[in-house]
Design a protein around this ligand. Structure first.
Ligand SMILES: [Zn+2]
Length: 389
């Protein structure tokens, strides 16, 4: 599927220069000679394109190594401060905003708790104000920003401009791109949070062509599918809604989608909070989930065991359907992984077809809560910084 461009034009407009820049980004510090070997371009062609990239500030030279006698060899690296990218992760209870440089190193970060009394556009106003402040602190203008990526816990339109439906936030049809770009004049992209996290995890930790499913377990469950190294969005743009596979049709848990016994009603953090309230008549604060004092609480340990088993049932369904090489579990559920891992593993082992079970590895996200923002920043870098063929 061809990506829809989110900006008017990429930062680097020449196709050859874009591919040279990508190589310098991937392999730098790198010499002109090595670039010539990797691209097959002549030394003269490389020299001309590199000259332009240096003149325009995309690439910088640095001396490295010691030569035997003659001149020190000169290596090329991308200029991390030629532009910046914002990754915004809108979660159900809080918002994280990270400003990255072009090497995707964190320059600035901010977070705030979402006020449930406020509507989505008021939350966007708060985000816009923080982004403006971060730009001011860094002394840059909107022309220096490659793009802003919004990761959201819900369905997005195929052109990645509108948040259609985020049930756990109770936000519908929020025209994020139109609203934010009218105020900031910066390219905007909206992506499902599990899709962004899947790409983040793949790009930073795994090989290129892996088939993998990233399962993001928070108040609900979202999944990002990587097929042959690429995000699989499907015809509607919202493939991977495994949170709504029905794992217990006799359950009393009604899902916001209208069905009964959807996976996300029985295996998410909301399930833990609801079951604890039902069993003990007490509320559990989400931040308490990670406190080790809970290991003395038999009620919560039983619920952890149930949620682990239920997570495993859904994972087994996905593994049986898609036979991926990797299943990555991420999201806030990571905070209690040591309490639920054994029941997840047992449930998956019991319920997965052995041929598929033998080929899959189940892992926890290495990037943790940063997977989503890194992923969304990488999407902006790939789609707005470089020329796409
Ligand atoms: Zn559902």
């Amino acid at each position: 599927m061809k990506n829809i461009k989110i900006g008017n034009s990429s930062f680097i407009k020449n196709l050859n220069q874009s591919s040279i820049f990508r190589l310098i980004n991937d392999y730098g510090p790198i010499s002109r000679k090595e670039l010539s070997e990797k691209t097959g371009y002549s030394a003269g062609t490389i020299s001309n394109h590199v000259k332009t990239l240096i003149k325009e500030g995309f690439v910088i030279e640095k001396e490295k190594g010691i030569s035997s006698g003659g001149r020190r060899p000169v290596f090329l690296t991308i200029n991390p401060n030629k532009g910046y990218i914002f990754g915004v992760n809108i979660e159900v209870k809080k918002v994280k905003i990270i400003m990255f440089n072009l090497k995707l190193k964190v320059e600035r970060k901010q977070k705030f708790t979402l006020d449930k009394q406020k509507g989505p556009y008021e939350a966007l106003d708060d985000i816009i104000d923080l982004i403006k402040n971060m730009m001011k602190e860094k002394n840059v203008t909107n022309k220096d920003i490659i793009g802003i990526g919004f990761a959201v816990p819900g369905l997005v339109t195929k052109d990645r401009s509108v948040l259609k439906f985020a049930p756990n936030l109770a936000w519908n049809d929020v025209t994020i791109r139109k609203y934010v770009s009218s105020k900031l004049k910066i390219p905007i992209l909206v992506e499902n949070e599990a899709n962004a996290a899947a790409l983040g995890e793949k790009d930073f930790n795994y090989e290129n062509k892996v088939d993998m499913v990233y399962v993001s377990i928070n108040e609900g469950i979202g999944c990002g599918l990587i097929v042959n190294g690429k995000l699989h969005r499907g015809e509607s743009g919202n493939a991977g809604e495994f949170g709504h596979i029905i794992i217990d049709s006799e359950s009393d848990r009604v899902c916001h989608c209208g069905n009964i016994g959807c996976w996300e009603t029985l295996a998410s953090t909301n399930y833990i909070y609801d079951m604890y309230r039902k069993t003990t008549n007490k509320n559990i604060n989400p931040s308490e989930l990670i406190q080790d004092k809970l290991i003395d609480d038999k009620d919560i340990l039983n619920i952890f065991s149930d949620v682990g088993e239920n997570i495993g049932i859904g994972l087994a369904n996905i593994i049986n359907s898609l036979s991926p090489k990797l299943m990555i579990i991420g999201g806030n559920i990571l905070k209690i992984k040591k309490y639920i891992d054994s029941s997840i593993q047992k449930s998956v082992r019991e319920k997965t077809l052995s041929l598929n079970y033998d080929k899959v590895e189940i892992k926890y996200s290495k990037l943790g809560e940063l997977a989503t923002v890194y992923g969304i920043a990488k999407i902006i870098f790939d789609e707005n910084m470089l020329v796409n063929q």
